[in-house]
Design a protein around this ligand. Structure first.
Ligand SMILES: NC(=O)c1ccc[n+]([C@@H]2O[C@H](COP(=O)([O-])OP(=O)(O)OC[C@H]3O[C@@H](n4cnc5c(N)ncnc54)[C@H](O)[C@@H]3O)[C@@H](O)[C@H]2O)c1
Length: 423
């Protein structure tokens, strides 16, 4: 396996699937990017990337090799040697929604041939690859998993906007439903990334991703709760975190913020807690507590803002609030599940006039009542309060201290000033 010249199909051309498809082209595979969104396919075939980590020039270069094609026709999957599923795994009314994985498995079953390999990358609870994808592929194709075709799971660790760690230099955990499947999956990724990390089964690999994200979720909740107490105690939590971070062992730095967002953190731990409750009848208390604290953070930001205005004898109702950054994290355009959107909603419902500057997030993803502006000196000085939510590199934070009348900085990045307070 891992032989270049083979046909690779990547199901889903989003934040995870597109970088994988581009890398597969780069190392010599014939790659098809299949996506049910016709709009996305149109952009891809026009050489326009909508994923920030992939430059449009990279996409154009891939198209020019004639070894990459993007299509919304299921037929484009026919004749694949390796298929990788990178479709969304959201929550629907708090419950894992595996319908996208099911649809992908249905499609692949139609084109599955003996000797082919199917790999699931979407984040999901332990058991999905074997119990759901394996069973659907067998039923739809009449082939036997682990005998006629290979099946495995490999969690994605992509960190959008991270300039240091990318798909290629981040070790990739790989697994298979049998030794032969593991060898096939490992062989494929050995040609894609610098280092693969085999584990003994697909359930362990599925748990790896949930463990990594639950670890982050819980530790962010810990510093968020600490930040709320420290503010009341009059202690500088940021200074304490910086000093604690000098310990070379046994401590890992996490910082407070306006809440968690994106496709991973607020959602993945709930996949695990749902599975634990479903199979064991028990609650995963750490996850529930972390959800509770992190979900509360946007409200806490609003509360701090109300208090800051109150000290200036101003009401939130009628005040102009300028939000800096609507994405869930710095230097990304992803506003899915973003705490910034929740903060904007709460402020609007309190009667504030909400404006927002975010050079990354496109208009369509933001509430229409939020007026989109640039973080100019004029906008900063005409706002009653400015809130830094996502510290994109484009923001001139010195300008914020110079011009803003009242600042709440949830990221501890704005230079100090009498009117600047930190979360
Ligand atoms: N974004 C991240 O940083 C990140 C990191 C690690 C893991 N993940 C996980 O990877 C998976 C994909 O996430 P994403 O951020 O790339 O999502 P995304 O929404 O950016 O992309 C998914 C794409 O799949 C397409 N799609 C949906 N159903 C389809 C189907 N049946 N056939 C073909 N295409 C289909 C959608 O149109 C969309 O373009 C999720 O499970 C997510 O939890 C995401």
């Amino acid at each position: 396996m891992g032989q270049l010249g083979q046909r690779v199909v990547v199901i889903g051309q989003g934040y995870v699937g597109l970088p994988l498809a581009m890398r597969a082209v780069e190392v010599g595979y014939h790659v098809t990017g299949y996506d049910t969104s016709e709009d996305r396919i149109k952009h891809l075939n026009a050489g326009e990337s909508y994923v920030e980590d992939i430059a449009s020039a990279t996409l154009v270069a891939a198209l020019d090799t004639r070894r990459y094609q993007a299509s919304s026709e299921a037929q484009c999957c026919s004749g694949f040697d390796v298929a990788v599923i990178t479709v969304p795994t959201p929550l629907k009314e708090g419950i894992p929604d595996l319908s996208y994985i099911e649809a992908a498995a249905d499609t692949l079953a139609l084109y599955l041939r003996p000797g082919a390999t199917v790999i699931l990358e979407s984040t999901t609870y332990p058991g999905t690859t074997e119990e759901l994808v394996g069973a659907m592929l067998e039923e739809g194709s009449g082939l036997v998993v682990g005998v006629d075709f290979h099946l495995g799971y490999s969690p994605e660790r992509i960190d959008p906007g991270n300039p240091t760690h990318n798909l290629v230099n981040t070790p990739k955990v790989v697994s298979g439903v049998s030794d032969a499947s593991l060898a096939a999956v490992k062989g494929f990724y050995d040609s894609i990334v610098e280092q693969t990390v085999p584990v003994s089964g697909t359930r362990e690999a599925e748990l790896v991703k949930l463990l990594e994200n639950t670890f982050r979720h819980v530790n962010i909740a810990l510093v968020n709760e600490l930040a709320m107490f420290a503010a009341d105690l009059g202690v500088d939590v940021w200074e304490a975190i910086d000093a604690a971070s000098t310990k070379p062992f046994g401590f890992m730095r996490f910082t407070p913020g306006p809440g968690v967002g994106g496709h991973c953190l607020p959602i993945d731990p709930s996949y695990l807690s749902w599975r634990v409750r479903r199979l064991l009848g028990q609650s995963f208390r750490f996850v529930e507590l972390a959800n509770d604290i992190n979900d509360h953070m946007p409200d806490y930001v609003v509360q701090r803002l109300v208090m800051a205005l109150n000290r200036r004898r101003q009401a939130m109702n009628g005040s102009r609030i300028l939000l800096l950054g609507l994405a869930y994290k710095r230097n990304t355009s992803d506003a899915r599940e973003s705490p910034g959107q929740v903060v904007a909603d709460r402020l609007l419902s309190l009667g504030a006039e909400v404006r927002a500057a975010d050079p990354h997030v496109v208009e369509a993803h933001v509430d229409r009542r939020v007026v989109r502006v640039e973080a100019s000196a004029e906008e900063l000085s005409s706002a009653d309060a400015v809130v830094l939510l996502a510290d994109h590199d484009e923001f001139d934070l010195d300008l914020v201290t110079t011009h803003a009348r009242c600042v709440l900085d949830t990221r501890h990045r704005v230079p100090p000033g009498a009117q600047v307070e930190y979360l």
